[in-house]
Design a protein around this ligand. Sequence first.
Ligand code: ADP
Ligand code: MG
Length: 301
Amino acid sequence: MAKVKTVRREPGEVLIEMKDICKTYVMGEEVVKANDGINLVIRMGEFVSIVGKSGSGKSTLMNIIGALDVPTSGQYLLGGEDVGDMTQNELADIRNRMIGFVFQQYNLLPRLSILENVELPLLYAKVSSSERRERAMKQLERVGLQDKCQNRPNQLSGGQQQRVSIARALAGNPAILLADEPTGALDSRTSGQILRFFKELNEEGNTIVMITHDNSIALQAKRVVRITDGKINFDGPAAEYAEVIRAGQLAEARPAAAGKLAEVGRPEETGRPEEAGKPEEVGRTEEAGRTEETVRPEEVG
Ligand code: ADP
Ligand code: MG
């Protein structure tokens, strides 16, 4: 076996530690606090979803978690290493060692075979070609697509392509699987399959952080972190989050909010009990239609 730095250590060990993380963007006169004082600890073996509506700061936070970007202030320790003052090369290195990315649009390279796509992170990690092949095949078997290994991505369905991208993420043996809206491009049945697969992977010991705007998807994780206007306003077990949503829906159904009931059904709008029924908040739903993902991590990486 070629030497690949192993990043798997003790279950329960802290993998992500954020202290008062802020990220600000300056747009001419305007300063946008995309992340505004995030404190977050994620341990090995957890399955956490980070949920918030469009513009709440999820992608910004994901870029920092994935070492694709650095915070403006605050401290971020990834696997105990301070990411704050790393060079681009050091960031790329810790990213390759620690993080397996799964994106909404799969991001498979169209000209490569499925097998070659899954081998890619191992190529970057300078694993020998025979071992690359072996490990990539093993991951393809794990996602049930070994017989597609010579196909091109466009010959597979969306759900299959997402499974390939999960195999690719796992091939590098990352400490953390970081998934950005992994079911965002899939129908509900296929989404369910992918979420069940994440649960299985988590039961096998994989640490998963999943970003989503959809409460019903967020609830599939064990722990939910809710982000609103760049701040965490819920962090706890999924069962507790489900209760909070229920309470929020009741609050929003009060007569004061009755005129806005059409919007209450939107899953991304219902998890904010403390703000429920506030007209100025309900009015902000238009924002949800704006273009998502100002910075696509895959472009930065
Ligand atoms: P989400 O992923 O939850 O939709 P983002 O993290 O993309 O939220 O955005 C959070 C806020 O930061 C938004 O107001 C967005 O317009 C702003 N923002 C994000 N990226 C940039 C950028 N590169 N330049 C300026 N503003 C940005
Ligand atoms: Mg986003």
